[in-house]
Design a protein around this ligand. Structure first.
Ligand SMILES: [Zn+2]
Length: 145
């Protein structure tokens, strides 16, 4: 993991989007940690990422920048955290907080999408289908019902 730490301070979040989803997060943690991570998510500071990892700090939990990481390059999300749960197989609540801070909260997404004009929503769905084979399949499956 040492090379991850060495790379973590290169700020390039404007250049790429971390390639992981809410479903990846659900697979990598417990329902309890998934839920417990939502409250501190807005308090994660200095959130940034590169092509391998996300990082941030949770000063309220005395977790400094560089101590809290989630690695998303592998098949399953893994992470680093100094807390007692930090070495468990499943992501701890602090790691899920960091992941939530990057993913954003679905409630906020629902609120924004609800205000979008229908034509814009259609254009958005077509755009997403054009970017991802899985998204295209999910959309067509939903439309077939
Ligand atoms: Zn932790």
């Amino acid at each position: 993991m040492a090379h991850h730490r060495a790379r973590t301070y290169r700020r390039n979040s404007a250049l790429l989007t971390p390639d992981f989803t809410r479903r990846d997060l659900e697979y990598a943690t417990t329902p309890e940690a998934l839920s417990r991570g939502q409250e501190p998510a807005p308090h994660v500071e200095d959130v940034d990422w590169d092509e391998y990892s996300l990082w941030g700090g949770l000063p309220g939990e005395e977790i400094g920048l560089g101590e809290l990481l989630v690695h998303y390059a592998g098949r399953r999300l893994t992470g680093e955290c100094p807390c007692p749960d930090g070495s468990a197989t499943e992501l701890c609540a602090h790691m899920t907080a960091l992941a939530w801070a990057v993913l954003g909260d679905d409630t906020a997404l629902v609120d924004r999408l609800t205000t979008l004009p229908h034509a814009d929503l259609v254009a958005l769905a077509v755009d997403v289908a054009g970017r991802s084979a899985l998204a295209r399949q999910v959309i067509w499956t939903r439309l077939a019902r």
